[in-house]
Design a protein around this ligand. Structure first.
Ligand code: UDP
Length: 234
């Protein structure tokens, strides 16, 4: 395996799949299989999951909800997804721990860096819920920050496209996928890989990011093995 410790970022929105419900059981099932396959190779895996399928802070104001309040609602949304993922993974016989940036003792542990690392060393998958625990951040920033804190080798950003393109591949058939990019290039070309906070954290701490298609079967394992799939930013 190329990477020993990985931070996987999953978007909340992708969990909706093709269903009208917030969480599509088929997507959850597929994610578990992908994650389990990587885990079985002895890779230490931490996961940050978003909450966009349930609530985003950015939606708040249009609903007459205070922005900060909305951000907390978004953080709580990520906990709902994290709990669903935890339960599904445990059904697959994978040991997990859910750690949250907001105290919620009945459902998850508080985030304590040393303890998170200990869980990983013991072979448990650590899921980070409730983001960083602060408004005005996103789960992308959470992924970058937690990855740095736990000294992950890479951030794998699972999306619905297989990497970063010169232009929107859904609109332009001649769009070309980048295999690798430097942080500087991605910044200059305004490629919007993650929000700037998240992106800068990775750049300053020399933490590589790989953007890849999480919906393609076997892709996560391929990437963990170091195969070229998706776009590597370093
Ligand atoms: N959020 C926050 N602080 C954090 C992480 C998340 O305030 O540290 C809020 C923010 O409002 C965000 C929402 O939680 O819109 C859901 O997360 P995100 O939009 O990143 O989820 P995704 O787009 O990955 O599904």
């Amino acid at each position: 395996m190329k990477y020993k410790r990985i931070l996987l970022k999953l978007s909340g929105e992708a969990l909706t799949g093709n269903k009208a419900t917030n969480i599509d059981p088929d997507v959850l099932e597929q994610y578990c299989e992908e994650i389990k396959a990587v885990k079985e190779q002895g890779v230490q895996l931490a996961i940050v999951i978003g909450g966009g399928n349930i609530f985003r802070g950015g939606q708040a104001e249009a609903l007459g909800i205070d922005r900060v309040q909305g951000d907390y609602m978004g953080m709580l949304a990520t906990v709902i997804n994290a709990m669903a993922l935890q339960s599904a993974l445990e059904r697959h016989g994978v040991y997990t721990r859910l750690m949250a940036g907001i105290k919620m003792e009945q459902v998850c542990e508080p985030f304590i860096r040393r303890r998170a690392i200990r869980h990983l060393e013991k072979g448990r998958i650590v899921i980070f819920g409730a983001g960083i625990g602060n408004p005005y951040f996103t789960t992308d920033s959470t992924a970058s920050l937690r990855a740095i804190e736990i000294q992950a080798d890479v951030v794998l950003k699972g999306t619905r496209v297989d990497g970063v393109y010169t232009k929107d591949p859904l609109k332009f058939p001649d769009a070309v996928r980048y295999q690798t990019l430097s942080f500087q290039e991605a910044y200059e070309k305004n490629l919007n890989i993650m929000d700037m906070t998240a992106f800068t954290l990775c750049q300053e701490n020399k933490l590589p990011i790989i953007v890849f298609d999480m919906n393609k079967k076997g892709n996560l394992l391929k990437i963990a093995q170091g195969e070229e799939a998706g776009t590597l930013i370093r």
